[in-house]
Design a protein around this ligand. Structure first.
Ligand SMILES: [Zn+2]
Length: 127
């Protein structure tokens, strides 16, 4: 049975819920810590160049990321740095610039707008 990860907006704790595909989206999920139903879905999986490598698969396991928050640019920057380190590959200069700007708190949308080259190629870094 798949596990879905949520962040409780009331107590800020992370909640993992087992749900069937049928239940997902149809059954109200409540926080196991405080009982709140004010939960936000945490990103499940990042598509990164659609690689089949198992090493990347394990990197895409959200439980490795700690407190990853897809809506926090700094959190995203940390994750991107970690990914590039673990892959051990030379990243293009744009990558570093994007990560730096994410760390500075800029939103991915703003960065994309100011770097027209990024969107042109087709592949996005992050889903
Ligand atoms: Zn809670």
């Amino acid at each position: 049975m798949p596990t879905y990860d949520y962040r409780c907006l009331d107590c800020r704790k992370r909640v993992s819920v087992y749900q069937t595909y049928e239940e997902y989206g149809n059954v109200l999920v409540t926080c196991t810590h405080c009982g709140s139903s004010d939960l936000k879905r945490v990103i499940g999986r990042i598509r990164f160049a659609r690689s089949e490598e198992s090493r990347l698969e394990s990197l895409a396991d959200p439980s490795d990321w700690g407190d990853f928050d897809e809506e926090d640019p700094r959190s995203m920057a940390r994750m991107m740095r970690k990914m590039s380190q673990e892959m051990g590959e030379e990243m293009p200069p744009e990558f570093d610039e994007v990560v730096d700007r994410l760390e500075a708190g800029e939103s991915p949308e703003d960065i994309e707008k100011s770097m027209p080259d990024l969107g042109g190629g087709g592949e996005d870094f992050v889903d």
